[in-house]
Design a protein around this ligand. Structure first.
Ligand code: CAA
Length: 257
């Protein structure tokens, strides 16, 4: 029997993608990572799907890159593997990604959660960048995203000690969208996905692009993109409908145009 590394539950307007190597705590093997990218890209192209939840198992969202696979790799092997290109495939997804995190989100698993646009975590979820403990540093954006989210001093602590942080502290530091009871994580992430999926898709797509830009370039570039997208939405039917329905005190009907 073929063991699926990633499971997809498609229930338009949302879809749930589950990492499925529970025994290895969802360590991100090359094959599982590729399956994740393929499935999420397919859902990004699927017009009926408007928001995507990514989740793992009860014990682990993902415990990082697969150390067994990396142990014998040289710098040249890693360069050729070009993991950055594969992370870029996920960063380029235009639909909102919502991480539903239970258990460990460590190393590449923490970076995968941060790559998502919102993070719903269970009370006992644990986050961290433990790479330093195996002689590495984060390799999928951890040093940059953590620093921008937490500031230099907290980020340094996580990157230089590898210590794990619980969901309560991550929430207090502003890195999570919500913390809920462990058994309510998926339900809450799906509820959030439904809420976003009910919004006009063009405004969601361009809003995501503009918020993402805050992490990428300079403030000036981010502000310029935000302004451009803001003006562009005035050309959309959904913007007209949104404003009219508000003034007419009725529910909007989104056409996606
Ligand atoms: N890679 C490969 N296998 C892993 C793994 C990983 N990142 N994390 C866990 N596993 C495997 C374990 O080897 C073990 O396999 P076996 O049952 O075959 O022995 C199984 O998952 C269960 O793990 P443990 O027995 O270790 O479970 P635990 O409850 O005692 O500890 C843990 C849990 C604290 C998460 C521990 O497994 C751990 O520290 N894992 C490694 C975390 C880590 O260092 N992640 C960073 C990886 S590097 C990276 O991610 C680079 C990047 O930025 C892209």
């Amino acid at each position: 029997m073929v063991e699926h590394l990633v499971l997809v539950r498609r229930e338009p307007p949302i879809a749930v993608v589950t990492l499925n190597r529970p025994k290895a705590l969802n360590a991100l093997s090359i094959a599982m990572k590729r399956a994740l990218e393929d499935e999420v890209e397919a859902l990004d192209r699927d017009d009926a799907v408007r928001a995507i939840v990514i989740t793992g198992s009860e014990r682990a969202f993902a415990a990082g890159a697969d150390i067994a696979e990396m142990a014998e790799m040289s710098a040249v092997d890693m360069l050729k593997r070009d993991a950055e290109r594969s992370w870029q495939r996920l960063r380029a997804v235009r639909k909102p990604l919502i991480a539903a995190v239970r258990g460990y989100a460590l190393g590449g698993g923490c970076e995968l959660a941060m790559l998502c646009d919102m993070i719903v975590a269970g009370e006992s979820a644990q986050f961290g960048q433990p790479e330093v403990m195996i002689g590495l540093i984060p390799g999928a954006g951890g040093t940059q995203f953590l620093t921008r989210a937490l500031g230099k001093w907290r980020a340094m602590e996580l990157v230089l000690t590898g210590r794990r942080v619980d969901a309560g502290l991550m929430d207090a530091l502003g890195l999570l969208t919500r913390v809920v009871a462990d058994d309510g994580v998926l339900l809450e992430a799906e509820r959030l996905a439904q809420e976003v999926a009910a919004m006009p898709p063009l405004a969601v797509q361009l809003g995501k692009e503009a918020v993402q830009r805050a992490f990428l370039g300079t403030l000036d570039e981010g502000l310029a993109l935000e302004r451009k997208n803001f003006y562009l939405l005035f050309a959309s039917a959904d913007r007209t409908e949104g404003m009219r329905s508000f003034l007419e005190k009725r529910q909007p009907r989104w056409s996606g145009k």
